[in-house]
Design a protein around this ligand. Structure first.
Ligand SMILES: Cc1cc2nc3c(=O)[nH]c(=O)nc-3n(C[C@H](O)[C@H](O)[C@H](O)COP(=O)(O)O)c2cc1C
Length: 182
């Protein structure tokens, strides 16, 4: 199974989540959209990912979706986002992905996020203070978000089971049903 994981990242956490998915999707290829746009039609299925900055997905993913929508809309696909405020997930997904996109995806999920306070620039702090004070407050209280590893693994498994379903056979030796893939 030829799977493309195409993502955009500001500070690296979406890339870490993409690596995690790749590790659990044998043969999957990873592509950072900031380095170029891979042709999706060369793949059997696509996973699209982005970090969230002030409620928005990264520009490279927005452009990729526009440029390749005619191809992507027909493909098996899923979306994940990485962000810090779980209470915003629904609204972020609604605001950044069309209903047609969301409805045509196998999965559309947040896999958590990361925020290293020591890497926040003075400008970021000022912008956060003005637009996302709750995020700054969270960081001040030491509530640092993390990638939800269990959710990422579940995401990879569900995606793989949907696009490349295993055959279930009876194993004579263990006398149990087991999943087999060619
Ligand atoms: C300037 C800035 C703005 C952010 N805006 C949001 C936001 O609107 N909502 C949210 O849930 N998280 C927000 N975050 C947290 C990021 O989404 C989180 O750190 C995410 O893991 C970033 O992904 P990336 O490392 O792939 O860029 C923001 C972080 C920064 C530094």
């Amino acid at each position: 199974m030829n799977i493309l994981i195409a993502y955009t990242t500001g500070a690296g956490s979406t890339e870490r989540a993409a690596r995690l998915l790749q590790e659990h999707l044998p043969g999957a290829v990873r592509a950072n959209l900031a380095e170029g746009f891979p042709e999706p039609s060369g793949y059997d299925a696509v996973i699209l990912g982005s970090g969230i900055w002030f409620g928005k997905i990264g520009k490279p993913l927005r452009q990729y979706l526009t440029q390749y929508w005619e191809v992507l809309k027909e493909m098996d696909k899923a979306v994940f986002i990485c962000h810090a405020l779980p209470e915003e997930t629904r609204e972020i997904l609604r605001a950044n992905f069309s209903l047609q996109m969301r409805n045509s995806c196998i999965l559309v999920e947040s896999l958590g996020g990361e925020l290293d306070p020591s890497r926040l620039s003075a400008v970021d702090r000022l912008r956060l203070k003005a637009r996302k004070p709750q995020l700054l407050q969270m960081v001040r209280e030491g509530l640092v978000p993390a990638i939800d590893v269990a959710k990422a693994l579940e995401f990879a498994k569900t995606f793989r089971d949907t696009v490349d379903p295993p055959e279930v056979v009876f194993d004579q030796k263990t006398r149990r049903l087991v999943e087999v893939r060619q």
